[in-house]
Design a protein around this ligand. Structure first.
Ligand code: NAD
Length: 277
């Protein structure tokens, strides 16, 4: 099964389906990531905040895969938005992962009431210019967080990684991203399991002889978003990868689009200003 590649605004290509490692403990991350590589995943989404970059790096080193076969994303942690802090934090991330450069590096949250994310983005531009990441982007940025970047900095983010699932379809922000050449990455693509009992989704899944998780992930793929579901259960890791031998009809896509409740599982980027200890 071949995972489609999405071409980002600087020409770098990213596999549309990856493996997310949020809430995977450091003790289990090496095994879980190696297992994902075995299943066929070649794109890993981690973050400094997840505390498992070192173990993702260990898994990659053990995998026997070459550097250009694997796409690795990490994210700048919330405590390091000041320019010099951002540069130092990136060097630490690269050390932990054991890499010379990332494939994609994101500002994890805008933190509108803490510091100045425009300054942080200028540090990201420097990180990119120095070859420490092949592409740079943001996460959890609303339209009004992106606009100052367009006005005051040089590089348009390659991606915006935001919460998206059938209960939070995010169509206006996704359209804004597209209009500006920014690829949308959908985090918590199955709403951390919250959507799995939805009757409309269960009906589609039964008709397709697929699981609800597969139907929802396929919906994301057909909408063109990049996804990286998380699981440490091998059968689910396999299930979440088996998305390319079936298709949802336009009517099924429309039914799922109609489930939107604008309901977040995670924090609201406009009010989230958390800095870890
Ligand atoms: P998710 O929507 O991927 O759901 C994960 C949970 O769903 C798992 O804990 C598992 O219990 C369950 N699950 C997974 N596959 C299943 C299946 N086939 N059947 C039944 N249950 C299944 O949620 P997530 O982990 O929050 O999001 C995925 C990734 O997105 C993360 O690992 C991380 O990489 C990223 N993320 C980013 C941010 C951000 O702020 N940028 C925030 C949250 C997550």
């Amino acid at each position: 099964m071949t995972v489609p590649l999405i071409t980002l605004n600087n020409g770098v290509q990213i596999p549309q389906l990856g493996f997310g490692v949020y809430q995977i403990t450091p003790e289990t991350t090496v095994e879980a990531t190696l297992s994902a590589f075995e299943v066929g995943y070649r794109h890993i989404d981690t973050a400094q905040m997840y505390g498992n970059e070192k173990q993702v790096g260990e898994a990659f080193a053990k995998s026997g895969l070459s550097r250009d076969e694997v796409f690795i994303t990490s994210k700048l942690n919330n405590g390091f938005h000041a320019y010099d802090d951002a540069i130092n934090a990136t060097n630490e991330t690269l050390d932990k992962l054991g890499l010379e450069s990332l494939d994609l590096y994101l500002i994890h949250w805008p933190l509108p009431e803490v510091g100045d994310y425009v300054e942080t983005w200028k540090a990201m531009e420097k990180i990119y210019a120095d070859g420490k990441s092949r592409a740079i982007g943001v996460s959890n940025f609303q339209q009004h967080h992106l606009e100052p970047l367009f006005a005051e900095t040089e590089i348009v983010p390659a991606v915006n990684q935001i919460e998206v699932h059938p209960y939070l379809t995010q169509n206006p922000l996704r359209a804004f991203n597209t209009e500006h050449g920014i690829a949308t990455e959908a985090w918590s693509p199955i709403a951390q399991g919250d959507v799995l009992d939805d009757p409309a989704l269960v009906t589609i899944a039964q008709a397709k002889n697929r699981s609800v998780a597969q139907v929802v992930l396929r919906w994301h793929i057909q909408r063109g978003d990049i996804v990286f579901p998380k699981s440490v259960t091998r059968s689910r890791v396999e299930e979440n990868f088996a998305l390319f031998d079936f298709e949802l009809s336009p009517a099924e896509m429309e039914t799922i689009d109609g489930l939107n409740k604008d309901r977040r599982r995670g924090p609201d980027p406009d009010t989230f200003n958390y800095i870890p200890e």
